[in-house]
Design a protein around this ligand. Structure first.
Ligand SMILES: C[S@@+](CC[C@H](N)C(=O)[O-])C[C@H]1O[C@@H](n2cnc3c(N)ncnc32)[C@H](O)[C@@H]1O
Length: 255
C-alpha cells in the first residue's frame, strides 16, 4: 500500500512539473504558431514549379515518407523520389536507397541519365547537418542553372526542435523535430556564388538559387554553431523573409 502511494505521488510530482514548466508552455505556444503558418511546403514547391511556365519540369524529392503528405501533390511533368524507407514501411518510391547512394549511382550512370538536370530538388531526408550539407552539394551538381533547391526544416523555433536526437519526445518540442539542418543551411549561406533565403513558413523553407537575387550572404560569426547565437541573429543567418517578400522577388524575375 505504501509502495503504491509513493509511486502515485512520484508520478503526480513529475506530471505537474512537466505541465507547469515554463519551457514546456512557451514551446507549446511556438509550436502552435509555427503549424498555423502558410504556405505549406507543397504549395511553395508547386509555386516554384509553376514559375517555369510552359517548360516541361523535372522534380526530385529526397526523403519522402508517406508520398500522400507531399510528393503525390507535386505538379511536375517528371518526378522522382528517393527514400531508404526508415519511417514509412510501405515506401512506394522510385529509389529505395539513401540520398548518398542515389547520387553516387546517378554519377556512375547506373540509374537515370547522369546528364539529367532537375528544376526543383526538395531536400527532406536525414535532418543532420553533415548529411544535409552533402545533399545540398550533390544537388548543386544536378540542378538546372535556373533551378531551385529547397531545404525543409531550416528554422527551428526553439533549441528543443533543433536537438540531434529524433526519438526523444519528452522535450518541450514533443514529437516535433527539425534536427540540425539549420547548421548546413546557415553555413551554405556564407557562399557568395549562390543566392539564398528562408521563407518563414512550415518550419523554414530554405531556398537556393544561382539566378535570383534573394539577398546578401550570411556574415554572422558562429564558429561553434551555438543555438543562442543563431537565435539572436536568426533573420540575418537565414535571410528569413515572409512569403509575400519572396513572391515579390520571384515576380520581379519573371518580368
Ligand atoms: C521528414 S520525412 C520526409 C517528409 C516528406 N518529404 C514530406 O514532405 O512530407 C524524412 C524521410 O527521410 C528519409 N530518410 C532518412 N535518412 C535518409 C537518407 N540518408 N536519404 C534519404 N532519405 C532519408 C526517412 O526514411 C523519412 O521518410
Amino acid at each position: 500500500m505504501k509502495n503504491w502511494f509513493t509511486k502515485i505521488k512520484t508520478y503526480y510530482n513529475w506530471g505537474s512539473r512537466f505541465l507547469n514548466n515554463s519551457y514546456h508552455s512557451s514551446t507549446k505556444a511556438r509550436i502552435e504558431e509555427e503549424i498555423n503558418k502558410k504556405p505549406f511546403r507543397t504549395e511553395l514547391i508547386n509555386y516554384l514549379l509553376n514559375s517555369f511556365g510552359e517548360k516541361q519540369t523535372v522534380y526530385l524529392e529526397i526523403g519522402v515518407r508517406n508520398p500522400e503528405d507531399n510528393f503525390n501533390h507535386i505538379n511536375a511533368n517528371e518526378k522522382y523520389s528517393v527514400d531508404p524507407g526508415i519511417e514509412f514501411k510501405e515506401n512506394p518510391v522510385d529509389f529505395k536507397i539513401t540520398s548518398d547512394d542515389f547520387f553516387n549511382q546517378l554519377k556512375l550512370g547506373k540509374i537515370l541519365n547522369p546528364a539529367i538536370r532537375f528544376d526543383v530538388i526538395f531536400i527532406d531526408g536525414l535532418h543532420i547537418a553533415e548529411q544535409a550539407e552533402r545533399d545540398i552539394n550533390n544537388s548543386l551538381q544536378f540542378i538546372n542553372e535556373d533551378g531551385f533547391i529547397i531545404l525543409h526544416d531550416c528554422n527551428p523555433p526553439t533549441e528543443y526542435h533543433a536537438r540531434e536526437e529524433y526519438c526523444y519526445d519528452l522535450s518541450p518540442a514533443q514529437k516535433y523535430w527539425n534536427g540540425t539542418t539549420w547548421k548546413a543551411f546557415v553555413n551554405f549561406r556564407k557562399r557568395k556564388d549562390y543566392f539564398s533565403c528562408c521563407v518563414d513558413s512550415d518550419w523554414g523553407l530554405g531556398i537556393i538559387s544561382k539566378k535570383i537575387k534573394f539577398g546578401i550572404s550570411n556574415k554572422i560569426e558562429n564558429n561553434f554553431y551555438e543555438y543562442s547565437i543563431f537565435n539572436l541573429n536568426r533573420k540575418e543567418c537565414l535571410n528569413l523573409i515572409s512569403f509575400e517578400e519572396f513572391n515579390n522577388l520571384i515576380i520581379n524575375k519573371l518580368m
